[in-house]
Design a binder for this molecule. Structure first.
Ligand code: ATP
Ligand code: ZN
Length: 286
């Protein structure tokens, strides 16, 4: 029988789309119809299992799945025999403590002796004990943000991305407990066949990730500026230089990191670069 790597992803929710998108960009064709539990990629030896995200760490520990995609918050909360194989750069959010806006927050000691409602009791407990605070923790599984309003708790600890849910429930964010993004987790070591499939998948994920973080850049510059410009955008090896039909000018092609893109553009302009084009890269293999 053919060896398949079993990859667990969220069945429905905020991680599902990003997970499927990542697989698609890595070249895996996965059908997902609403009610199926698993799907075999048509062109890659992976079987995708669709599960509740909260259950994925357990399934990975039990080797029902070989690897899984969850939020870092769920990975930390579940404390299973899992490790992070790779951070995946999507589903970024933070886990924060929020209190009613009418309260005056005096610092972390404000939480002493209070009641905190959360779906993440383990993470909150760790956070409080790290700060030497003792508080009651009230575990609830959903709609945490209404807890203070109905008198269930003095504070909450929940996921925040924009803060608008907090605002509409009369709450304000007072402590950031952790930042989170989607992560690929694994359990115990894999048999060689499966590890080989995972390595191949990771290679593709790497190509997709670096493509997202980089742009292809083309510009025209006077020949005297080539050296300076090359030092700013060295690219993967070194830039490609092609002469323009206009004497003394060249076209220079390179790759630029998205994070310091704007800063570099300013520098390039100051060196005399013109006609700058920036183009998305689909895959990038170093
Ligand atoms: P259920 O288990 O019932 O499906 P859930 O609250 O665990 O619900 P989601 O709301 O889909 O599931 O969130 C899944 C993960 O996505 C969270 O654990 C977190 O890592 C991340 N996440 C949650 N909310 C956001 C958000 N607003 N922006 C970005 N990422 C988020
Ligand atoms: Zn969940």
């Amino acid at each position: 029988m053919e060896t398949l790597l079993r990859l667990a992803i969220q069945k429905s929710g905020r991680l599902q789309e990003g997970s499927l998108e990542l697989l698609k960009e890595a070249g895996l064709a996965v059908n997902n119809s609403r009610d199926q539990l698993k799907a075999r990629a048509r062109n890659f030896p992976v079987e995708v299992l669709f599960l509740r995200d909260d259950d994925i760490p357990q399934y990975v520990e039990d080797q029902v799945a070989d690897v899984g995609i969850v939020g870092e918050n769920v990975f930390l909360e579940k404390k299973r025999r899992n490790h992070i194989i790779r951070k995946l750069d999507f589903a970024r959010c933070r886990l924060s403590i929020a209190i009613p806006r009418s309260e005056q927050y005096t610092g972390i000691t404000w939480l002493e002796g209070k009641n905190i409602a959360t779906s993440y009791p383990v993470i909150v407990k760790d956070f409080l004990s790290k700060h030497g605070i003792s508080a009651g923790i009230h575990e609830i599984s959903g709609s945490v943000e209404i807890a203070p309003g109905i008198g269930l708790a003095d504070a909450i600890c929940d996921i925040v991305s924009t803060g608008s849910t907090l605002l509409s429930n009369g709450l304000k964010e007072v402590e950031q407990v952790m930042r989170s993004e989607a992560v690929l987790i694994g359990g115990s070591s894999l048999e060689p066949d499966k590890q080989a499939i995972l390595d191949k998948l990771l290679f593709r994920i790497e190509a997709v990730k670096s493509a997202h973080n980089n742009k292809y850049i083309l510009l025209n510059c006077p020949n005297e500026a080539i050296q300076k410009i090359t030092s700013v955008i060295p690219g993967m090896n070194s830039p490609t230089i092609m002469p323009l039909s206009k004497p003394g000018w060249s076209s220079l092609h390179s790759v630029v990191d998205e994070n310091d893109f704007w800063e570099k553009i300013d520098l390039l302009k100051s060196f005399g670069a013109q006609g700058i084009l920036v183009i998305p890269i689909e895959k990038m293999i170093a």
